[in-house]
Design a protein around this ligand. Structure first.
Ligand code: ADP
Ligand code: MG
Length: 700
């Protein structure tokens, strides 16, 4: 049960709808949720309050959720909104739990308005980042070529010329996708597709041989300049128009939150699963819209393996839809009945702190960490320990916020069991999140919340008193390290409480292999990925963006797990922001020092696509994945469709600009122009899918 209020005398705490009941006889830790209040009445003399209440879903053990208020200041709108509510209640069965009422405490408006103002401010700040960001990067280093290399180059030029002659002319191959699809039978189409794939494979093999040193030096000089231009990959996540159910087939309802309903869906074109959060628009209520846009803007900025990634979003007349990756194993809440070993806890919480420290380093507060907002994306059985390890993702950025360092936050937001005492006092910073993680850890160990009560009032009172049972037998039965971690997180004094980054270095994780267990690969598995990384060639900005789009939107399931482990292995700090030093030291373990030293500057320059000084997860993934799999026919068709907004079957510089950049920028326009010129045989500034594929297949 969540609250959006405060415990100070002038603020009312909304009563709990469910209370947490612990079955003491139960040998395993288990929670039973009971409904304690069937309805909540809120009165307000200051304005109409609409509350999107907890949806009473079929899950009887659901116990905590946010309550969010949307205040319309204008008294005159009161009646209108009420009418709207009645209409909605009649029309929408999913909203039949909605409770309308009025609010009767003094400071409520002020608090919420504070937060909304902040959100507006965020939104304003974020706006700029939706568009192209052109940033000058640090200087580039030139490499001189030895005489030996020069003669090698000559040989290769001759070889390459020969190869060129025998290369199939891809532009002459029939346009399978666009021209023939309407007139050919299914069998014929499949045959064509097969032939095409065969040809592509041959092309790839030939191309691979011919593109070595000559190609590298040519591309190096050509694209190094382009590397200085930074196009943030967040521009690839864009607002879509139209009805999302045309693109996604809805499979089932996954959960209801305080905002809306989340469905599991499948992308009709790629067959990929996704989660779609549908948020009904509250008419004439801009505050709601701002909150949703805030969630989208924050998600767009994030690239971390333990944070759910956003694919796209829709803003229709009646609803918002946020499409994110799908976490097939459900909420961590669903697993609280299990007993977890120290190793399992270490692996799980190392990921939570990794995601959280990344968020905090990027100045983002989550403010609603709880068992329901930590999803299990996968479970891996460790062959040595025979234990199951969870791969987790943090979700729900509905109440997240971009904060300013050293600025004290005031808005009271959170969910009752998990809310930090200083949030109730309206004086807090990012460490409110580590408190919530402390509560989650305690819950998983002990089986009940550290601060409990029959309703929200009692829970909040208990948090304010701040005494929890740190002598609970289930806690005492645990290692000294985990007991210490709990107490360092449930520390009332903010300055003494561990930050997420500090928590990553807590002895608990070292002793119980929190890090080691989630980068457990064998050397044999990673060789081809290391080769891909070290041979990562310069790409044009256009190729870079298309590859980024494909890698982001079409997860390469076979590769990603091992590459993620490798990434984590290199990233000793654990925050998933890989520095050049970390990458260099990591590579020394597997490759000759000279080879690493001669390549590292270029690799880093190429990998750090957004020029922020460190490599994030997807940047690393792009370099390591097998390009011929990632850029296969189907995936390229998907990317082409993304760029070809008017479905004409062709691409022009203007279309590319529109899809990737949104805003006019002459330098980038020239870069894209040069890119397509490479395959634009008739020089008309327009390329077909086959030309596009030819261009993309040059990426290795
Ligand atoms: N990516 C996802 N994969 C699987 N289930 C999800 C996903 N996102 C949300 N859910 C389910 O929907 C619930 C509500 O989603 P959430 O984003 O937390 O919305 P709210 O802000 O309304 O709480 C979650 O607690 C979870 O059960
Ligand atoms: Mg949630």
């Amino acid at each position: 049960m969540g609250i959006c209020g405060s415990s100070s005398p002038d603020i009312t705490i909304v009563p709990n709808k469910y209370t947490l009941d612990v079955d003491n006889d139960c040998q395993k830790n288990c929670f039973n949720a009971k409904q304690s209040d069937s309805s909540i009445k809120i009165n307000s003399s200051e304005g109409v309050v609409k509350k999107t209440d907890i949806q009473e879903n079929n899950k009887t053990n659901k116990k905590s959720d946010k309550i969010l208020f949307n205040i319309q200041k204008n008294e005159n709108k009161k009646e209108e909104v009420k009418k709207e509510e009645v209409k909605k209640e009649n029309n929408n069965i999913q909203n039949n739990n909605k409770i309308n009422g009025e609010l009767s405490f003094k400071n409520k408006n002020q608090i919420i308005n504070n937060d909304n103002n902040d959100n507006k401010e965020n939104n304003k700040n974020n706006k700029n980042s939706n568009f192209l960001n052109v940033i000058e990067s640090k200087g580039t280093k030139k490499r001189s070529i030895s005489t030996h290399e020069l003669s090698e180059i000559k040989d290769l030029v001759i070889k390459k010329e020969k190869n060129k002659e025998s290369n199939p002319k891809l532009s002459e191959i029939k346009k399978v996708m666009f021209d023939s699809s309407t007139i050919k039978s299914k069998d014929e189409k499949e045959k064509d597709e097969k032939n095409q794939n065969e040809k592509d494979k041959k092309y790839q093999r030939r191309n691979k041989k011919s593109t070595t040193l000559v190609e590298k030096s040519r591309l190096e000089s050509k694209f190094k300049e382009e590397m200085k231009l930074c196009v943030l990959s967040q521009t690839l996540i864009e607002e879509q128009r139209g009805d999302p159910t045309k693109k996604y087939k809805i499979l089932k309802r996954l959960g209801d939150g305080s905002y809306g309903t989340v469905y599991s869906v499948v992308n009709n074109q790629t067959g990929m699963s996704a989660a779609m959060k549908k948020i009904e628009k509250v008419k004439e209520n801009e505050i709601d819209d701002l909150e949703i846009k805030n969630e989208i803007d924050i998600l767009k900025k994030l690239d971390h393996p333990n944070i759910v990634k956003i694919y796209e979003f829709y803003d229709t007349l009646t609803d918002f839809f946020i499409v994110t990756e799908y976490c097939k194993r459900g909420e961590l809440y669903g697993y609280i009945k299990n007993y977890y070993s120290e190793n399992q806890l270490a692996v799980l919480f190392y990921q939570v702190f990794s995601g959280l420290s990344y968020l905090h380093e990027n100045n983002i507060l989550h403010r609603d960490l709880k068992l329901e907002n930590i999803m299990i994306s996968d479970i891996e059985k460790d062959l040595n320990t025979k234990e199951d390890y969870f791969w987790i993702k943090i979700i729900d950025f509905g109440t997240a916020k971009i904060f300013k360092r050293n600025k004290i936050e005031k808005a009271v937001v959170g969910s009752s069991y998990y809310i930090a005492p200083e949030v109730l006092k309206q004086k807090y910073n990012e460490k409110c999140d580590t408190w919530s993680v402390g509560v989650i850890l305690y819950m998983l160990i002990v089986g009940r919340a550290p601060f409990d009560g029959k309703n929200d009032d009692e829970i909040i009172e208990s948090i304010k008193i701040g005494v929890y049972n740190n002598k609970h037998p289930k806690l005492l039965a645990r290692s000294k390290e985990v007991q210490n971690l709990v107490s360092c997180l449930l520390e009332r004094k903010i300055s003494k409480r561990l930050s997420a980054f500090e928590a990553l270095n807590h002895p608990f994780f070292t002793k119980f292999n929190g890090r080691a267990l989630f980068c457990n690969f064998n050397e044999h598995e990673i060789q081809s990925y290391l080769d891909n990384l070290l041979n990562y060639k310069f790409q044009s900005k256009f190729q870079q963006l298309v590859l980024a789009f494909v890698v982001h939107n079409i997860p390469q399931s076979k590769d990603t797990r091992i590459i993620l482990k490798l990434f984590r292995y290199f990233n000793k700090k654990g925050n998933c922001k890989l520095t050049k030093e970390e990458l260099t030291t990591g590579l020394y373990k597997f490759r000759n020092k000279n080879i690493v030293d001669s390549a590292i500057d270029d690799i880093f320059l190429m990998l750090d696509g957004d020029n922020n000084g460190y490599i994030e997860y997807e940047e690393f993934l792009r370099a390591c994945i097998d390009k011929s799999t990632a850029l296969n026919n189907d995936n390229l068709k998907y990317a082409f469709k993304f760029l070809d907004k008017d479905n004409s079957g062709t691409l022009s510089v203007d279309k590319i600009m529109k899809a990737f950049v949104k805003k006019g920028n002459d330098t980038l326009k020239d870069i894209f122009k040069n890119s397509i010129q490479e395959v634009d045989k008739d020089n008309d500034g327009i390329i077909s899918f086959n030309d596009f594929r030819e261009l993309m297949r040059r990426v290795q």
